[in-house]
Design a protein around this ligand. Structure first.
Ligand SMILES: Cc1ncc(COP(=O)(O)O)c(C=O)c1O
Length: 382
């Protein structure tokens, strides 16, 4: 009998809720992906490069011109000059990058700190590397960092801390002051960072994203991960990138080389074209998603759900205590999907130990206006 190396891992809630939504014909506001088309010039570019025969392996580190486009963006947005050759790696999705960075860092017996609630790929990656995750809950209700608890969790075995801003599932943002606090905490220790910034452009109400790329001290020990899938409405392309100092990049690439070796060639060409030809896409993204957030939240304002408008990401968390306090959030997400026709994700699944009595679900508003209006109408009728 094969003994599982990941005994507590099953099919993820995202897959289960999307399947259930399809089965019962519910509007799928659960899993995080757009239901609107990807930019036409990006699709045209992909077709063009497929037809042009760009269908063999790309360089292991990524197409040079896509790495250059990322380096140009990093300089423009975060004021850091990075080498496209030694600090930027194109990967098949942020999840692969996170996995590779963890394998490069974690040895048996090492600890990695995650801030709960957190994205579900972090812990399995650490466990497969022989390490252990230490879970530090974020403060409720604003999902800010509890610095004392984080400090208490750090010890001689701590090798890695994961941060994620804008934060899935809450949308909370880390500020520059937060990054300074973190830097002070790990200053004299051999601790590295994975900074998951896949929602870097989804920041609202005039706020700006405090990237680790703009923080000299943290960048020196960080893998900063982003996802073209989120930024260009092509989650199914599973293409992303990592920016890290040369020594860290070298170790990341040693793992990446033997996990997937490369990201998909024609898609890299298409993304490089689009980044160069359509710089306005990124500039317009905050307003684009803020309008969706506001459309959805304006609808929800007429419902019995309680919420604060999310400051980032394309997720909105709502409290349903006034509606079905008898249901835990997994049961609530199922009830919403089966009985009310709107699929959601329970927030407890992002925790090792969910706070007792938490009554929160997450909706994704990366959807067409009709979808958001239809979902809003259903949610208001509850
Ligand atoms: C916080 C976070 N990190 C990473 C990812 C994965 O991104 P990718 O699809 O590029 O692997 C997601 C996707 O949902 C996410 O929400």
């Amino acid at each position: 009998m094969l003994v599982s190396k990941l005994p507590s891992v099953g099919t993820t809630i995202f897959t289960r809720m999307s399947q259930l939504a399809a089965e019962v014909g519910a509007l799928n506001l659960s899993q995080g992906f757009p239901d609107f088309p990807s930019p036409q010039p990006l699709l045209d570019a992909a077709v063009r490069h497929l037809q042009a025969g760009h269908n063999q392996y790309a360089p292991m580190t990524g197409l040079p011109r896509l790495r250059e486009a990322v380096a140009t963006k990093v300089a423009a947005l975060y004021g850091r000059s990075v080498s496209a050759d030694t600090e930027v790696t194109i990967v098949p999705g942020a999840t692969e990058a996170i996995f590779c960075a963890v394998q490069a860092l974690i040895r048996a017996g090492d600890e990695a700190i995650v801030l709960d609630p957190c994205y579900d790929s972090y812990e399995p990656a650490v466990e497969l590397a022989g390490g252990r995750c230490v879970h530090v809950p974020l403060n409720l209700p604003d999902f800010s960092v509890d610095w004392q608890r984080l400090s208490d969790a750090i010890n001689e075995r701590t090798r890695l801390i994961f941060i994620n801003s804008p934060h899935n599932p809450s949308g909370a943002l880390l500020s520059r002051a937060d990054l300074d606090q973190l830097a002070a905490l790990i200053r004299d220790r051999d601790i590295y960072l994975i900074s998951d910034e896949v929602y870097e452009h989804l920041v609202f109400d005039g706020a700006s994203h405090a990237s680790v790329l703009a923080h000299d001290e943290l960048y020196a020990r960080a893998f900063v991960v982003s996802s073209f899938g989120k930024t260009y409405h092509v989650t199914g392309w599973k293409t992303g990138y990592v920016v890290a100092p040369p020594a860290l990049t070298a170790e990341l690439r040693k793992v990446h080389q033997f996990v997937t070796f490369v990201a998909v060639t024609p898609l890299q060409h298409a993304l490089a074209d689009f980044m160069v030809e359509h710089p306005e896409h990124i500039a317009e993204l905050p307003a684009f998603y803020q309008a969706k957030r506001d459309l959805f939240c304006d609808q929800l304002a007429g419902s019995r759900f309680a919420f604060t408008r999310t400051p980032g990401t394309y997720f909105q968390i709502v409290d349903y205590s006034a509606i079905r306090p008898d249901l835990d959030d997994v049961a609530m997400a199922e009830w919403l999907t089966r009985e009310q026709g709107v699929a959601a994700i329970p927030v407890s699944v992002f925790y090792q130990q969910p706070p007792a009595g938490m009554r929160l679900v997450r909706f994704c508003f990366a959807k067409r206006e009709e979808t958001l209006l239809a979902a809003g109408a259903k949610l208001c009728a509850i």
